[in-house]
Design a protein around this ligand. Structure first.
Ligand code: FES
Length: 175
């Protein structure tokens, strides 16, 4: 069903937090503070469908200076798709920790990092969300997007499987 389908090209990002759920995220409201979001697509009748029945579709939206992103070096096993970072430095990653699926938030000691309070996992969104501390086994995958008008539009699905798929489900089936 469309509400369980993975994000796909043309989806737009909407707020996931209870107070604003379903509201379209505007580029102007995005800072380096992570905003939780769902992709919203269409059903077969052309109606809007928020793809929130699949928990692995939860993503985090942030903005940094685009020139601050580093292309990962060889051997770092980090997924980073620079063309999926919008011109004004907006970047979107899965918001499911690759250790056990909690949702990382801005790290109090350094807000440019994402901290998972479940077991102290630490990620660097400026380097493809690679793991820089704690037990997570790998980077959180990126969701490539672009800014179109006043909306964030998905340009392709996750660049690798979000948490849960490699362990429990078949990523190919999900796609
Ligand atoms: Fe994130 Fe364990 S679930 S560190």
């Amino acid at each position: 069903t469309p509400d369980k389908a993975p994000p796909r090209a043309g989806d737009i990002l909407v707020h996931a937090t209870a107070a604003k759920e379903g509201q379209i995220i505007r580029p102007s409201e995005i800072t380096d503070r992570v905003i939780q979001a769902w992709p919203m697509g269409k059903d077969q009748d052309g109606n809007d469908v928020i793809r929130k029945a699949e928990p692995n579709n939860l993503v985090g939206v942030q903005r940094f200076r685009k020139d601050s992103f580093k292309v990962p070096g060889e051997g770092e096993h980090v997924e980073l798709k620079l063309e999926g970072i919008a011109e004004d430095g907006i970047v979107v990653y899965s918001n499911k920790c690759t250790h056990a699926g909690c949702s990382p938030e801005n790290y109090a000691k350094d807000t440019s990092k994402l901290f998972c309070s479940c077991h102290s996992g630490l990620y660097d969104p400026l380097q493809g969300c690679k793991v820089i501390g704690g037990p997570p086994p790998r980077a959180m995958p990126q969701l490539p997007i672009k800014v179109e008008g006043d909306r964030l539009v998905v340009t392709e699905t996750f660049v690798s499987a979000p948490f849960g798929f490699l362990n429990n489900l078949d990523w190919e089936t999900y796609l």
